[in-house]
Design a protein around this ligand. Structure first.
Ligand code: UDP
Length: 423
C-alpha cells in the first residue's frame, strides 16, 4: 500500500478546517473531503500538510492525523469564527503566514491543492513567488450558487473574478462530477484544464452495520418507516421541500412514518435560524409527532442512522457533489435527491434512488410514496446503491486518481518565470 513518494504537498482549505467537528454551519463536505483525501494521500506516501485558518484561540496550531498527515492552523485575522463571505480581507495575511511556515520549517511544497475560491486566491498568490503547481477544487461555484439565492453578498464580484482566474490559470482543476465541469464551461470560462475526479467515502465505515442492528440501536421497530435528512441547516439544502413533501405524502397517513432531520446548529447563528424556521414549518403542518431533530450526528452515529433509514432525501436547491448521498448509498439506503448538479451523477434514477425537480415538494411526495410502498423494490435500490459506491466512490480510489494527477503535474516544468511579487 505504501510507496515512497515522499514529496511535500499542501492542501489549502482556508475556511473548511479538516480537523474540526463536522455537521455545523461552516463544517460540511469540504472539511470531510480535505481530511479524507489528505489521510489517503499520506497512506500513498505523500507528506501532507493541510492548511486552514485558526478560528478559535483555544484550537491547537498543529493536529497530527497520522504520521505523514497534519492540519496546520495559521493565524490570519482574529482567532475567532468569521463567516466565509467576510474572510477575504484576511487572505494576504494567510499567504504571508504560509510562506513564513514554509521558510521556518524548510519545506518546499511541490504542489498546492486549493479548496473553495478563498483558497484558490491564496494558491494563485503562492504561484507568483513559489515554484509550485496548483490544483483546485471548487466545492461550490458562485456562478451557480448566486442563481438560487435571493440576496447576493457584497463579495460576489471578487468571488466570480477569482473563480474565473483560477480556472484559467491553475495547472489543473478537479471537477467532482461531469455536471460541475459543464457548469464551469458554460458559466465560468472555456479556458483551463479540467479533470473529473469524484468525492469519495469510507466504504468500510459506511455499511458496517446490519439494518436490524442499526434499528435496534435507535430503538426503532420493524414496522416504522424512516425518512432521513442529514446535513447542514442552510436554505440551499432545501429541508423545507422535504418537510412539505412529507406533509403531502400518502405514507404519512398510515401513522408509521418518522422523519429524522439530522444536523448541528448554533442558536442565533444562521444555521440556528434555519433550524427554527424549519421547526416552525414542521409545527404548522402538524408533523411534530413524527419529526425528530437529533442534532449533530457523530461519525460513529452516521452509519447507524443511514442504515436504519428506509430512505435518505437530499432536497438541495444546488449541490456540487453531495457527500451525504454516497454515504447513505454506501449503507445500502436508496436516496431521493433533487435533479441538480452532482446528484445527477451519484444517483441513478430507478436504479439506486430517484431524482425530483428541486423545490418541488409534490414530486418529492410522489417519489417518497413510490419507494416506501414497495419494500422489495426499496431493498433492490439499496443493494444497487451500495454496489455503485463500491465501484465508483471509495476514498482510496479517489486518492489514487489525485495521486496520479499530482505525479503527472510535478513532472512537468513550471510554465512561467517566477516573479518576486508577494501577496
Ligand atoms: N455531517 C455530519 N454530521 C451531521 C451532518 C453532516 O458528520 O450531523 C457530515 C456528512 O456526513 C457529510 C458532510 O457533513 O460528510 C456534508 O457534506 P455534503 O457534501 O453532503 O454537504 P455540504 O456540507 O458540503 O454542503
Amino acid at each position: 500500500m505504501f510507496s515512497p513518494i515522499k514529496k511535500h504537498i499542501a492542501l489549502i482549505s482556508v475556511h473548511g478546517d479538516p480537523a474540526i467537528e463536522i455537521g455545523k454551519e461552516e463544517a460540511g463536505g469540504q472539511n470531510v473531503y480535505v481530511r479524507q483525501v489528505g489521510k489517503a494521500l499520506a497512506q500513498k506516501g505523500w507528506l501532507v500538510d493541510m492548511f486552514t485558518r485558526k478560528a478559535n484561540s483555544q484550537q491547537a496550531t498543529i493536529v497530527q492525523h497520522s504520521p505523514n498527515c497534519r492540519t496546520i492552523r495559521l493565524t490570519a485575522g482574529p482567532e475567532e469564527f468569521v463567516p466565509r463571505d467576510d474572510i477575504f480581507a484576511y487572505l494576504p495575511e494567510f499567504v504571508n503566514k504560509f510562506l513564513q511556515f514554509q521558510q521556518d520549517n524548510q519545506i518546499n511544497y511541490s504542489l498546492v491543492h486549493t479548496n473553495y475560491w478563498l483558497s484558490a486566491w491564496v494558491g494563485m498568490q503562492l504561484k507568483k513567488t513559489l515554484d509550485v503547481k496548483q490544483v483546485h477544487t471548487y466545492h461550490s461555484l458562485g456562478a451557480v450558487k448566486y442563481k438560487s439565492v435571493t440576496t447576493i453578498p457584497m463579495i460576489a464580484t471578487t468571488r466570480l473574478g477569482t473563480e474565473k482566474a483560477v480556472l484559467e490559470s491553475a495547472d489543473r482543476i478537479v471537477a467532482t462530477s461531469p455536471q460541475e465541469r459543464e457548469h464551469m464551461r458554460s458559466l465560468v470560462s472555456q479556458k483551463g484544464e479540467i479533470d473529473i475526479i469524484p468525492c469519495g467515502t469510507d466504504i468500510s465505515h459506511f455499511g458496517s452495520i446490519s439494518r436490524e442492528a442499526a434499528r435496534e440501536k435507535l430503538g426503532i421497530d420493524r414496522e416504522t418507516q424512516i425518512i432521513l435528512y442529514v446535513g447542514r441547516f442552510d436554505k440551499r439544502k432545501g429541508i423545507e421541500t422535504l418537510v412539505r413533501a412529507v406533509g403531502q405524502s400518502e405514507t404519512r397517513k398510515n401513522n408509521q412514518l418518522k422523519l429524522i432531520i439530522g444536523g448541528g446548529f448554533r442558536p442565533g447563528h444562521s444555521d440556528g435560524k434555519e433550524h427554527d424556521r424549519i421547526a416552525k414549518i414542521v409545527n404548522e403542518l402538524g408533523l411534530n409527532d413524527i419529526t425528530i431533530f437529533p442534532g449533530r450526528l457523530s461519525r460513529e452515529a452516521l452509519p447507524i442512522y443511514y442504515t436504519a433509514a428506509d430512505l435518505t432525501v437530499v432536497p438541495s436547491h444546488y449541490e456540487p457533489f453531495g457527500l451525504v448521498t454516497i454515504e447513505a448509498m454506501a449503507c445500502g439506503t436508496p436516496v431521493i435527491g433533487s435533479d441538480v448538479g452532482g446528484l445527477q451523477f451519484t444517483i441513478k434514477p430507478e436504479v439506486t434512488g430517484l431524482l425530483c425537480p428541486p423545490k418541488d415538494s409534490a414530486a418529492f411526495a410522489v417519489a417518497i410514496d413510490r419507494i416506501l410502498s414497495q419494500p422489495k423494490w426499496r431493498n433492490e435500490l439499496g443493494i444497487n446503491a451500495r454496489k455503485r459506491v463500491q465501484e465508483m466512490f471509495s476514498w482510496d480510489g479517489v486518492a489514487s486518481q489525485l495521486s496520479n494527477l499530482y505525479l503527472d503535474l510535478i513532472k512537468q516544468p513550471v510554465a512561467k518565470e517566477l516573479s518576486t511579487v508577494s501577496a
